[in-house]
Design a binder for this molecule. Structure first.
Ligand code: GDP
Ligand code: MG
Length: 436
């Protein structure tokens, strides 16, 4: 019923209900589970949630719209930082720049070779692709087909079975034709074996590539991490390409790979077509891993609307215990402007479940707004002066019951007390730590 809704809405505002009480430890446990489900390895997930917890507890809850949003933002920022923070560009200053492509069979090396060539071509480069997979004749044809499709030349030598020789011939061919980038596609194996590692190491030693890109199928989860480690130990590659991140693959591998091999992810493949290639942006991947989708933009929108100046003034008022019904009314408007809180909160892993029974919609605030609107300016500024006679008048004016008005005043008073504590970061942290 309405009173229940009001109670819940108040709890939200007071910072004592199911939302604020995002009993941080409990929530982090849920988030850790969500991360593990998304293929993030255990150690990474644990470090991450510990860091978020620490930041969340130390943060001043009042300066954000809601602790839940603050938490979302902190998580997103932390994840992005874990994945390198900024996008990492290819080093293309050499002429020709030699790029070696490595990885297991089926990872998407040949496809990526084509995608990268197209990407570089669109940036004004003049790439040449070298067909270095000597074991599968079909692989040479595959690259030639792609070359024709994107109108990029391919160097192949089906007579030779020597990957090093082919790579060197390809580079010479590139120099002759003024190609400023030479991309060498290589053979994979079904799984890691010594012969493959020796061969690709040899190609590396002889061609001295400026970039070695390790291509890995993001759908292989933890295997992707292990493979990355083996390849990196042997090749010391310069970057990672995560393929098959189309559909709803979550991309937790991105986080783990970065933390295990400490090399930047440079590109992601998002489909079979030649243009299905994206430069890797850590913050976008962070949103993807958290499964937040548009939550990040919602949070940004909310932050914009919550003018910092106003926040500072509000804090001052709260500290002096001058927070009144005008401020309260404004806060409700802010929350309503943010849109559907439930949807917003529900998108945070682990919080969704908690939110199932919480109903915050505009209606929840309707009678509160009516009651406040029925107050005189004097009453709004001096909540303590609202005596029983005034309460009865306000109830009549707002079409509510006297007990509704009394309850609101009581809740408002409780809220002021809690807010006062929250305006002091140390007290807020303590409060959050002691939450059930
Ligand atoms: P290679 O053995 O490492 O050279 O792998 P290929 O480039 O031949 O790719 C293996 C398969 O994965 C092919 O069917 C590709 O079309 C497919 N593939 C490669 N990259 C992607 C991607 O980003 N998304 C999807 N959906 N498929 C991809
Ligand atoms: Mg291939």
């Amino acid at each position: 019923n309405l009173q229940d809704k009001l109670d819940r809405a108040f709890k939200v505002l007071k910072g004592q209900g199911s939302i604020t009480e995002i009993n941080v430890a409990e929530t982090m446990k849920e988030i850790r589970k969500a991360l593990l489900d998304a293929d993030v390895n255990y150690k990474t997930a644990k470090t991450f949630t510990d860091q978020v917890k620490e930041k969340a507890l130390g943060a001043n809850v009042l300066t954000s719209i809601s602790p839940g949003q603050l938490l979302t933002k902190i998580m997103n920022d932390e994840l992005a930082a874990l994945m390198g923070g900024e996008a990492t560009e290819l080093d293309l200053k050499n002429n020709p720049t030699i790029i070696l492509i490595a990885g297991l069979n089926g990872a998407g090396k040949t496809t990526f070779t084509g995608k990268l060539a197209l990407h570089l071509k669109s940036k004004g480069k003049k790439p040449l692709m070298v067909a270095g997979d000597v074991y599968r004749p079909a692989a040479v044809d595959q690259l030639k087909v792609l070359g024709e499709q994107i109108d990029v030349p391919v160097y192949a030598n089906t007579e030779s079975k020597d990957p090093v020789a082919i790579a060197l011939e390809g580079i010479e061919e590139g120099k002759k034709n003024n190609n400023n980038v030479v991309i060498i596609d290589t053979a994979g194996r079904l799984s890691i074996d010594e012969a493959l590692m020796a061969e690709i190491s040899d190609v590396k030693a002889q061609t001295k590539p400026h970039e070695i890109l390790f291509v890995v199928d993001s759908m292989t989860g933890q295997d992707a991490v292990n493979t990355a480690k083996v390849f990196n130990d042997r090749l010391d590659f310069t970057g990672v390409v995560l393929t098959k991140l189309d559909g709803d693959t979550r991309g937790g591998a991105a986080l783990s790979i970065k933390s295990v091999v400490d090399k930047p992810i440079k590109f992601i493949g998002t489909g079979e077509k030649m243009d299905a290639l994206d430069v890797f942006y850590p913050d976008r991947m962070a949103s993807r891993i958290l499964g937040m989708g548009d939550v990040v933009s919602l949070v940004e929108r909310a932050q914009q609307q919550f003018d910092e100046q106003q926040a500072a003034e509000l804090q001052k008022k709260i500290r002096k215990n001058k927070f009144d019904f005008n401020d309260f009314y404004n806060q409700i408007q802010q929350i309503k402007k943010m849109g559907n809180m439930k949807d917003l909160m529900g998108m945070i892993p682990g919080v969704g479940k908690m939110m199932k029974n919480v109903d915050i919609d505009d209606n929840a605030f309707k009678s509160v707004e009516a009651i406040i609107q029925s107050m005189t300016p004097f009453e709004k500024e001096n909540p303590d002066a609202i005596n029983p006679g005034r309460r009865a008048r306000i109830a009549r004016g707002s079409g509510t019951k006297l007990e509704d008005v009394s309850k609101l005043l009581k809740q408002f008073e409780d809220m002021r007390k809690v807010m006062k504590q929250f305006s002091n970061p140390a007290a807020a942290a303590k409060l959050m730590r002691n939450m059930p």
